[in-house]
Design a binder for this molecule. Structure first.
Ligand SMILES: *Cc1c(COP(=O)(O)O)cnc(C)c1O
Length: 418
């Protein structure tokens, strides 16, 4: 196999005992490939972020809810966040216990709330009206509230989830009303949380955010935990040597803040973080096949089977993913060209990478879309009645194993009355 532009997966021995060409021959294309060793490393890095003792890493499984990965996260001692009853269901299957799960709800129905109450899973509510709903359903129960500190951060406006212009959290000025509702329904506020946005690369922003939630915490006497949110970024531009988030610096600074707060608060609260992307993004590469190459009005289009039904991030968030190229035959590319990589969906916006300088690409080449392990498969759809791809795990021994089969045509019609 000839690898072009493939320094990243070569360096971390991403494909173990196999290679991308063999994987596509064996499992078909497109194909999500996950590397267990990298996934475990990320879990461990965050588990060891601080020295503060009562510290919990709640994996935000919406980033990648593959059952095999969830089981590994559980093995690594992580807890889990859920955004829906469906996520709770899958987390329980993976072995997470009710006390390992925090249900961060957003505009949910009474039935969905009841689903968590029945299982004794802690719920974080997102508004005064949902706090009241909870109070009626579970008077005298324990509750967590998501606050919006009025500041946000993130790589794209669609992922900024704190600040004055987002739908999330309870505003600080509503704290007196919160207290009234808690009293009315005899609720015990055991935790507060926030999540101000996704993909920060500057740890100081996170510290600032942590300080805001800690200052909110001082309004409440009896908290068991404070959850500072996720959003830990990863370098998507590895080929241009984008630096990593400085976890060591972040951990050191965070540690100081946490110890100081615990001392002032006079109680050993548990601190939680809720990372999604940081845990799973870099363990994933999405493989796809080049079906056509054409030149239209001066632009070279490389046509692949990776439409936005398979990977939505570039279309949804204008995201950049580095691209590797793998070739079965040992024919070298003569030079590099700027090309636009597109998928097979009937929409002009179906663009994976625009104007990207890549080694000359040939038909039948396999491309690898790096850092696709977060918000990849989980956002895939059957749009255009395409089949969602399979997922494969390269285990710690370097062996490949199917961890979710590709959709079949029968899957497309399963819910019809036929
Ligand atoms: C999505 C989400 C996260 C995880 O965000 P990442 O950027 O993937 O770390 C954490 N908390 C909440 C409430 C979320 O909605």
């Amino acid at each position: 196999m000839l690898g072009l532009n493939n320094a990243v997966t070569e360096k971390n021995n991403f494909y173990g005992n196999t290679d991308p060409i063999k994987l596509v021959e064996k499992y078909g294309s497109p194909l999500y490939v996950y590397n267990e060793t990298i996934f475990r490393e990320r879990c461990r890095e965050l588990k060891n972020l601080v020295t503060y003792k009562n510290f919990s890493v709640n994996y935000s499984v919406k980033a990648n809810g593959n059952l095999s990965l969830l089981k590994i996260a559980k093995e690594e001692g992580l807890n889990a966040d859920a955004m829906s009853p469906g996520e709770i269901y899958v987390e329980e299957l993976a072995g997470f216990k009710p006390e390992d799960i925090l249900y961060i709800s957003n505009n949910v129905s009474a039935e969905e709330m009841q689903f968590a109450i029945d299982r004794d899973i802690t719920i974080s509510v997102d508004s005064l009206s949902q706090l009241e709903m909870y109070g009626k359903l579970n008077t005298g129960g324990k509750i967590c509230i998501r606050f919006n500190p009025g500041v946000g951060a993130g790589h794209h406006e669609k992922v900024v989830t704190g600040g004055k212009k987002t739908k999330f959290g309870v505003a600080i000025e509503d704290i007196p009303v919160v207290k009234d509702i808690l009293k009315t329904y005899n609720l015990n506020l055991i935790g507060i949380n926030q999540h101000i946005g996704s993909l920060f690369m500057d740890g100081d922003k996170y510290i600032e955010g942590a300080q805001s939630i800690l200052s909110i915490a001082k309004n409440f006497d009896d908290l068991e935990f404070i959850d500072m949110g996720g959003g830990f970024g990863i370098p998507y531009k590895k080929l241009s040597s984008e630096p990593r988030l400085d976890l060591q610096h972040l951990g050191k600074e965070l540690d100081k803040v946490l110890h100081q707060f615990a001392e002032e608060y006079g109680k050993e609260v548990t601190f939680k973080i809720e990372p999604g992307r940081y845990i799973s993004a870099e363990c994933g590469v999405l493989l796809g096949e080049v079906h056509s190459i054409k030149e239209n009005y001066g632009i070279t289009y490389v046509g692949t089977d990776i439409g936005f039904n398979v990977l939505k991030r570039p279309v949804m968030y204008d995201s950049h993913h580095d691209i590797e190229v793998y070739r079965k035959d040992n024919i070298p590319s003569k030079n590099s060209h700027p090309v636009t990589l597109v998928g097979n969906i009937c929409e002009s916006g179906d663009i994976l990478a625009q104007d990207r300088l890549l080694p000359q690409i040939m038909e039948k080449d396999i491309i690898g879309v790096l850092d696709s392990g977060a918000y990849g498969y989980c956002m895939a759809s059957n749009y255009n009645n395409r089949l969602r791809p399979a997922e494969v795990l390269i285990d710690s021994q370097g062996n490949d194993r199917l961890v979710r089969r590709r959709d079949t045509y029968e899957d497309l019609v399963r819910n019809f009355d036929i």
